[in-house]
Design a protein around this ligand. Structure first.
Ligand code: SF4
Length: 184
């Protein structure tokens, strides 16, 4: 368990020290000189976006583009939100069109946890602006939820990695729902 009363308050207090308010600049949803804005997304988040938008899975996410070789198979882990050009397809007029169901990586940007502690935030125009204790606590709760979800997903993926050898196909995708062959 990552979060407890002390943990969530410590994280919220550090968020308040950094200060943060979303400036709605859309820069975290688009490629910048600092890097690309690829958003990793988990199956349960894709299902939530499907329910919210009515879109099909393939219209929301594509296999994450990083590929590694394991036992002579090309293996991809998880999914990435589909982009249009250099930005997320859900960025519309500078606003997230799936705000209510945006993935947890978007909910918690520019923060993440390292172990039980708050890491230094990524570059963001919103850092330095005062944030209320209530909003900092909500953000801390989202960060804890994200870390726990990532941990659970990792555990599920580890159990599927053992099946790589006996799964037919040259290119495989592994996520928390299983292992599947893509592109034959
Ligand atoms: S889902 Fe929304 S918040 Fe996340 S990158 Fe896309 S537009 Fe931005």
């Amino acid at each position: 368990m990552i979060g407890n009363e002390t943990g969530i308050h410590a994280i919220a207090s550090r968020i308040q020290k950094h200060g943060f308010i979303c400036r709605k600049c859309g820069k975290c949803c688009s490629d910048t000189e600092e890097g690309d804005a690829l958003v990793m997304v988990f199956p349960d988040e894709i299902h939530a976006i499907m329910n919210y938008t009515g879109l099909a899975w393939d219209d929301i996410a594509q296999p994450f583009p990083e590929v590694i070789t394991i036992n002579e198979k090309e293996v991809t882990f998880e999914w990435a939100l589909i982009r249009e050009g250099s930005r997320c397809r859900f960025l519309s007029d500078g606003v997230c069109s799936i705000y209510q169901v945006r993935p947890s990586i978007c909910r918690t940007y520019p923060f993440m946890l390292e172990g039980h502690n708050l890491a230094d935030p990524s570059f963001c125009n919103g850092i330095g602006y005062p944030i209320s204790e209530e909003d900092a606590l909500l953000l801390a709760a989202d960060l804890i939820h994200r870390a726990e979800a990532e941990q659970q997903e990792e555990e599920k993926i580890s159990s599927y990695v053992r099946q790589i050898q006996k799964t037919p196909g040259r290119r495989l995708l592994i996520d928390g729902e299983g292992i599947t062959s893509i592109h034959g």
